[in-house]
Design a protein. Structure first.
Length: 243
Protein backbone atom coordinates (compact mmCIF):
# COMPACT_ATOMS: atom_id res chain seq x y z
CA UNK A 1 0.00 0.00 0.00
CA UNK A 2 1.40 3.42 -0.97
CA UNK A 3 2.19 6.16 1.62
CA UNK A 4 -0.75 8.34 0.46
CA UNK A 5 -3.29 5.60 1.06
CA UNK A 6 -1.70 4.57 4.37
CA UNK A 7 -1.70 8.14 5.73
CA UNK A 8 -5.26 8.81 4.55
CA UNK A 9 -6.54 5.55 6.03
CA UNK A 10 -4.84 6.30 9.35
CA UNK A 11 -6.38 9.76 9.33
CA UNK A 12 -9.82 8.23 8.71
CA UNK A 13 -9.40 5.95 11.71
CA UNK A 14 -8.43 8.91 13.91
CA UNK A 15 -11.48 10.85 12.69
CA UNK A 16 -13.75 7.87 13.43
CA UNK A 17 -12.49 7.87 17.02
CA UNK A 18 -13.14 11.63 17.17
CA UNK A 19 -16.69 11.11 15.91
CA UNK A 20 -17.38 8.56 18.65
CA UNK A 21 -15.98 10.93 21.27
CA UNK A 22 -17.95 13.93 20.02
CA UNK A 23 -21.17 11.93 19.79
CA UNK A 24 -20.73 10.85 23.42
CA UNK A 25 -20.14 14.46 24.50
CA UNK A 26 -23.28 15.63 22.72
CA UNK A 27 -25.31 12.78 24.21
CA UNK A 28 -24.20 13.88 27.70
CA UNK A 29 -24.67 17.62 27.20
CA UNK A 30 -27.56 17.53 29.69
CA UNK A 31 -25.97 15.08 32.17
CA UNK A 32 -25.26 16.68 35.53
CA UNK A 33 -21.56 17.08 36.31
CA UNK A 34 -20.45 15.42 33.07
CA UNK A 35 -16.89 16.20 31.96
CA UNK A 36 -16.25 16.30 28.22
CA UNK A 37 -13.58 14.23 26.48
CA UNK A 38 -11.16 15.89 24.08
CA UNK A 39 -8.77 14.62 21.39
CA UNK A 40 -5.01 14.51 21.77
CA UNK A 41 -3.37 13.82 18.41
CA UNK A 42 0.08 12.34 18.01
CA UNK A 43 2.19 10.59 15.38
CA UNK A 44 2.78 6.85 15.42
CA UNK A 45 5.84 5.13 13.96
CA UNK A 46 5.89 1.36 13.74
CA UNK A 47 8.92 -0.09 15.59
CA UNK A 48 10.05 -1.97 12.47
CA UNK A 49 9.90 1.26 10.45
CA UNK A 50 11.80 3.43 12.93
CA UNK A 51 14.90 4.92 11.38
CA UNK A 52 13.86 4.22 7.79
CA UNK A 53 12.06 7.04 5.97
CA UNK A 54 10.26 8.34 9.10
CA UNK A 55 8.48 10.99 7.09
CA UNK A 56 6.64 8.24 5.21
CA UNK A 57 6.09 5.89 8.11
CA UNK A 58 4.68 8.26 10.77
CA UNK A 59 0.89 8.16 10.94
CA UNK A 60 -1.66 10.37 12.72
CA UNK A 61 -3.45 8.75 15.66
CA UNK A 62 -5.41 9.81 18.74
CA UNK A 63 -2.80 8.89 21.31
CA UNK A 64 -5.06 9.26 24.32
CA UNK A 65 -8.36 11.04 24.90
CA UNK A 66 -8.15 13.50 27.76
CA UNK A 67 -10.91 14.69 30.05
CA UNK A 68 -11.73 18.37 30.41
CA UNK A 69 -12.26 18.88 34.16
CA UNK A 70 -13.20 22.56 33.85
CA UNK A 71 -16.10 23.83 35.95
CA UNK A 72 -19.61 23.54 34.56
CA UNK A 73 -22.24 26.18 35.30
CA UNK A 74 -24.35 25.83 38.44
CA UNK A 75 -28.11 26.20 38.39
CA UNK A 76 -30.60 26.15 41.25
CA UNK A 77 -32.99 23.21 41.59
CA UNK A 78 -34.58 23.89 44.99
CA UNK A 79 -34.05 20.25 45.97
CA UNK A 80 -32.17 20.09 49.31
CA UNK A 81 -30.58 16.77 48.30
CA UNK A 82 -29.05 18.28 45.15
CA UNK A 83 -25.52 19.49 45.81
CA UNK A 84 -22.88 20.94 43.52
CA UNK A 85 -19.18 21.65 43.86
CA UNK A 86 -17.93 25.15 43.10
CA UNK A 87 -14.29 24.42 42.38
CA UNK A 88 -12.25 21.30 41.81
CA UNK A 89 -12.82 17.98 43.52
CA UNK A 90 -15.23 15.05 43.58
CA UNK A 91 -17.84 13.43 45.78
CA UNK A 92 -16.88 9.94 46.93
CA UNK A 93 -19.32 7.03 46.74
CA UNK A 94 -19.09 3.32 47.47
CA UNK A 95 -19.13 1.53 44.13
CA UNK A 96 -19.53 -2.22 43.57
CA UNK A 97 -15.76 -2.74 43.52
CA UNK A 98 -14.48 0.11 45.65
CA UNK A 99 -14.68 3.90 45.85
CA UNK A 100 -15.85 5.86 42.83
CA UNK A 101 -15.73 9.60 42.28
CA UNK A 102 -18.32 11.87 40.68
CA UNK A 103 -19.30 15.50 40.16
CA UNK A 104 -22.98 14.62 39.83
CA UNK A 105 -24.61 15.62 43.14
CA UNK A 106 -28.13 14.53 42.21
CA UNK A 107 -28.58 12.51 45.42
CA UNK A 108 -31.60 10.84 47.02
CA UNK A 109 -32.57 8.87 50.11
CA UNK A 110 -32.90 5.09 50.04
CA UNK A 111 -35.60 3.26 51.97
CA UNK A 112 -33.01 2.71 54.70
CA UNK A 113 -32.31 6.44 54.95
CA UNK A 114 -28.90 6.25 53.23
CA UNK A 115 -27.94 9.11 50.91
CA UNK A 116 -27.24 7.55 47.51
CA UNK A 117 -26.64 8.39 43.88
CA UNK A 118 -29.22 7.70 41.17
CA UNK A 119 -27.61 4.29 40.65
CA UNK A 120 -27.98 3.48 44.37
CA UNK A 121 -24.34 3.88 45.40
CA UNK A 122 -24.01 5.17 49.01
CA UNK A 123 -22.47 8.61 49.41
CA UNK A 124 -19.51 8.52 51.77
CA UNK A 125 -18.69 10.78 54.68
CA UNK A 126 -15.20 11.94 55.62
CA UNK A 127 -15.11 8.93 57.98
CA UNK A 128 -15.49 6.59 55.00
CA UNK A 129 -18.97 5.36 55.94
CA UNK A 130 -22.32 5.89 54.15
CA UNK A 131 -24.23 9.02 55.16
CA UNK A 132 -27.50 8.11 56.88
CA UNK A 133 -30.33 10.62 57.31
CA UNK A 134 -33.89 10.69 58.59
CA UNK A 135 -36.43 11.48 55.91
CA UNK A 136 -38.72 13.44 58.23
CA UNK A 137 -36.25 16.21 59.08
CA UNK A 138 -34.96 19.03 56.84
CA UNK A 139 -31.39 18.58 55.64
CA UNK A 140 -28.84 21.38 55.88
CA UNK A 141 -25.55 21.14 54.01
CA UNK A 142 -22.93 23.80 54.67
CA UNK A 143 -20.29 25.02 52.27
CA UNK A 144 -17.63 22.74 53.74
CA UNK A 145 -19.84 19.69 53.19
CA UNK A 146 -21.07 19.35 56.78
CA UNK A 147 -24.54 17.76 56.86
CA UNK A 148 -26.94 18.49 59.71
CA UNK A 149 -30.48 17.71 60.77
CA UNK A 150 -32.43 19.22 63.69
CA UNK A 151 -29.36 21.24 64.69
CA UNK A 152 -27.20 18.11 64.97
CA UNK A 153 -24.24 17.27 62.75
CA UNK A 154 -24.87 13.98 60.95
CA UNK A 155 -21.61 13.81 59.03
CA UNK A 156 -19.45 15.55 56.47
CA UNK A 157 -19.35 14.69 52.78
CA UNK A 158 -16.07 13.17 51.69
CA UNK A 159 -14.59 15.52 49.08
CA UNK A 160 -11.35 14.58 47.38
CA UNK A 161 -9.15 15.79 44.56
CA UNK A 162 -6.11 14.30 42.88
CA UNK A 163 -2.61 15.64 42.46
CA UNK A 164 -2.65 13.94 39.05
CA UNK A 165 -6.12 13.75 37.50
CA UNK A 166 -4.68 11.73 34.63
CA UNK A 167 -4.87 8.77 37.02
CA UNK A 168 -8.69 8.90 36.74
CA UNK A 169 -10.58 6.72 34.30
CA UNK A 170 -14.23 7.04 33.33
CA UNK A 171 -16.40 4.18 34.54
CA UNK A 172 -19.73 4.99 32.91
CA UNK A 173 -22.79 6.62 34.48
CA UNK A 174 -20.62 9.72 35.11
CA UNK A 175 -18.22 8.07 37.57
CA UNK A 176 -14.44 8.01 37.72
CA UNK A 177 -12.15 5.30 39.06
CA UNK A 178 -8.58 5.77 40.22
CA UNK A 179 -6.32 3.61 38.06
CA UNK A 180 -3.09 4.42 39.88
CA UNK A 181 -3.51 3.36 43.51
CA UNK A 182 -0.30 5.17 44.42
CA UNK A 183 -1.69 8.50 43.18
CA UNK A 184 -2.05 10.95 46.04
CA UNK A 185 -5.49 12.13 47.14
CA UNK A 186 -5.63 15.74 48.29
CA UNK A 187 -8.27 17.95 49.86
CA UNK A 188 -9.90 20.28 47.29
CA UNK A 189 -8.51 23.76 47.81
CA UNK A 190 -11.11 26.54 47.99
CA UNK A 191 -13.97 24.28 46.87
CA UNK A 192 -17.44 25.06 48.21
CA UNK A 193 -20.48 22.79 48.43
CA UNK A 194 -23.66 24.45 47.14
CA UNK A 195 -26.92 22.93 48.43
CA UNK A 196 -29.98 23.02 46.20
CA UNK A 197 -27.89 23.42 43.04
CA UNK A 198 -26.61 21.19 40.27
CA UNK A 199 -23.55 21.48 38.09
CA UNK A 200 -24.45 21.08 34.44
CA UNK A 201 -22.28 19.37 31.84
CA UNK A 202 -19.27 21.28 30.51
CA UNK A 203 -19.89 19.74 27.07
CA UNK A 204 -21.21 22.48 24.78
CA UNK A 205 -23.75 20.86 22.46
CA UNK A 206 -23.54 23.68 19.91
CA UNK A 207 -19.75 23.52 19.74
CA UNK A 208 -19.94 19.73 19.60
CA UNK A 209 -22.34 19.83 16.66
CA UNK A 210 -20.10 22.24 14.72
CA UNK A 211 -17.04 20.14 15.51
CA UNK A 212 -18.92 17.00 14.49
CA UNK A 213 -19.69 18.44 11.05
CA UNK A 214 -16.05 19.54 10.65
CA UNK A 215 -14.71 16.08 11.50
CA UNK A 216 -17.20 14.44 9.14
CA UNK A 217 -16.00 16.67 6.29
CA UNK A 218 -12.39 15.79 7.11
CA UNK A 219 -13.34 12.11 7.04
CA UNK A 220 -14.98 12.53 3.61
CA UNK A 221 -11.89 14.32 2.26
CA UNK A 222 -9.62 11.53 3.51
CA UNK A 223 -11.98 8.96 2.01
CA UNK A 224 -11.62 10.67 -1.37
CA UNK A 225 -7.83 10.59 -0.92
CA UNK A 226 -7.97 6.82 -0.40
CA UNK A 227 -10.08 6.41 -3.55
CA UNK A 228 -7.66 8.62 -5.48
CA UNK A 229 -4.72 6.56 -4.26
CA UNK A 230 -6.45 3.36 -5.37
CA UNK A 231 -7.17 4.82 -8.79
CA UNK A 232 -3.55 5.92 -9.21
CA UNK A 233 -2.32 2.46 -8.22
CA UNK A 234 -4.73 0.80 -10.65
CA UNK A 235 -3.64 3.07 -13.49
CA UNK A 236 0.01 2.39 -12.71
CA UNK A 237 -0.60 -1.37 -12.82
CA UNK A 238 -2.47 -1.04 -16.12
CA UNK A 239 0.37 0.99 -17.66
CA UNK A 240 2.94 -1.57 -16.58
CA UNK A 241 0.78 -4.37 -18.03
CA UNK A 242 0.67 -2.58 -21.41
CA UNK A 243 4.45 -2.33 -21.46
Amino acid sequence: MDPLTISAASGMRARMESLDMLANNIANASTGGYKADREFYSLYTAPEAAGSQPEADTLPVIERPWTDFSQGELHATGNPLDVALAGFGFFTVNGPSGPLYTRNGNFRLSDAGVLTTVEGYPVRTSDGVPLTLTSASPVEISRDGTVGQDGTMVGQLELVDFANRMSLEKQGHNYFRQTDTSAKLVAPAGTEVQQGQMEISNADSAFGAVRLISVMRQFEALQKAVLLGNQMNRQAVEQVAKV
